[in-house]
Design a protein around this ligand. Sequence first.
Ligand code: FMN
Length: 330
Amino acid sequence: MTNLATSYMGLKLKNPIIAASSGLTNSLENIKAIETNGAAAVVLKSLFEEEIIMEAQDNMNKMQSSGFIYPETIEYFDFDEMEDPVANYLKLITDAKKAVSIPIIASVNCVTADKWPDFAKRIQDAGADAIELNIFALPSDFSRSAEENEKLYFDIITQVTSMVKIPVGVKISPYNASLGSFIKRLSETPIKSIVLFNRFYNPDFDINTLEYTGGSVFSSAGDFAMPLRWVAIMAERVSCDLAASTGVHDGNAVVKSLLAGATVTQIASTLYRNGFEQIALMLKQVEDWMTEMGYKSIDEFKGKMSQAKSYDPAAFERVQFMKHFKDLKR
Ligand SMILES: Cc1cc2nc3c(=O)[nH]c(=O)nc-3n(C[C@H](O)[C@H](O)[C@H](O)COP(=O)(O)O)c2cc1C
């Protein structure tokens, strides 16, 4: 009786849980297991631009010295260099399309708008249902202005959307200036979705040995506060779907994402920590909550707690912070 179906980027999904791009979505075996456990779609591990592959070590050094590294980059460098990553990637798309019936979303990690967009067409020809652009504008690059970083997104979107017919989405980091305006303007391009947010891996160090240590590659449930806030602020104000990602670890976080106005959630860390069975568990939690609240479909409550629809818009604004901190007694 409870219907979890939704539509994302124009694709029909049986529910709002998508396996996010990660090392877990890089093999046919895992993709099948992800479908078996109930996920509505899979975003494949990102394919990196060729020049990043060729200049891997060089870039790694630059990224380390600038203090921020994406988790996927760390993982990527753990692998031996693949002989032909592009061919392997296209084959995975074709094989996955034959093996499962859920949509397969390809992902490209890109830093330029000129070298790689032909890949997008080959990804489409291989059978991918959609493409997610994981745009890699390093906020700690002191030589680039906010305008230059923004322009990169719009240039890549223009190139890719002119080359393919399948839906294109963009996954962004929260490190963009004037985030609300940026997200709104992105949504007014031909893209069909924005994923809020990709996650940075933050290095750490040991205060006794003074050695650099790896911070956690995985999110914690507390990290969900930021995507929740931004989904709630941007829902009803954007012209495309929003996906909530980072810190979505259980069914409650899925429900909150939907109430805030997201169309779907994308999950990775909780799958690493708890296995693919976590998907089924989270779906059950969402279904139980809907039953308890008397909702039969997602449309009945999606966006109900977004800022635009809120009975208390100040809950998302400065006045709330002021009140909160004023009330705190030591
Ligand atoms: C080990 C690992 C590898 C990842 N690889 C990619 C990747 O290749 N492309 C990408 O867009 N995101 C990648 N991500 C980010 C996830 O897709 C996701 O957006 C992020 O981890 C936040 O979701 P979570 O809190 O559920 O982990 C990776 C995350 C992890 C933990």
